[in-house]
Design a protein around this ligand. Structure first.
Ligand code: CU
Length: 117
């Protein structure tokens, strides 16, 4: 690789990094808490095409966060903020739920993501 090719590769790499940082920064951040047996928000409204980052904290136990319609899931570890980023590409109501068994009322631990056009 000649010097100019190296410079080009570096520039391309920088472009990628800068782009990904810019998109992370422009993401709308939504704080969500998880504890037995509910999320801190039952209903979350976002806009179609808007990039959102869920910042999710488990408050008491290991929970899960699953949004099957968008193929998104994460393990939630107490004391740690877990970030999940997505850009909903269609409007509608979608269920998010705990998919990590956490006790008797686990089945009811869910909420709705409303994506508006
Ligand atoms: Cu659960």
């Amino acid at each position: 690789m000649g010097p100019s090719a190296k410079a080009l590769a570096l520039a391309a790499l920088c472009g990628l990094l800068c782009l990904s940082q810019a998109s992370a920064a422009s993401s709308r951040r939504i704080e969500l808490g998880a504890k037995k047996f509910e999320y801190s928000q039952r209903e979350i409204r976002v806009k179609k095409g808007e990039q959102v980052t869920f910042v999710i904290r488990a408050e008491d136990f290991e929970h899960g966060f699953s949004l099957p319609d968008f193929n998104v899931r994460a393990d939630l570890i107490p004391g740690k903020a877990v970030e999940v980023t997505l850009t909903p590409d269609r409007a509608g109501s979608f269920t998010f739920l705990c998919d990590n068994f956490c006790g008797d009322d686990h089945e009811n631990m869910s909420g709705t993501l409303i994506v508006e056009d």
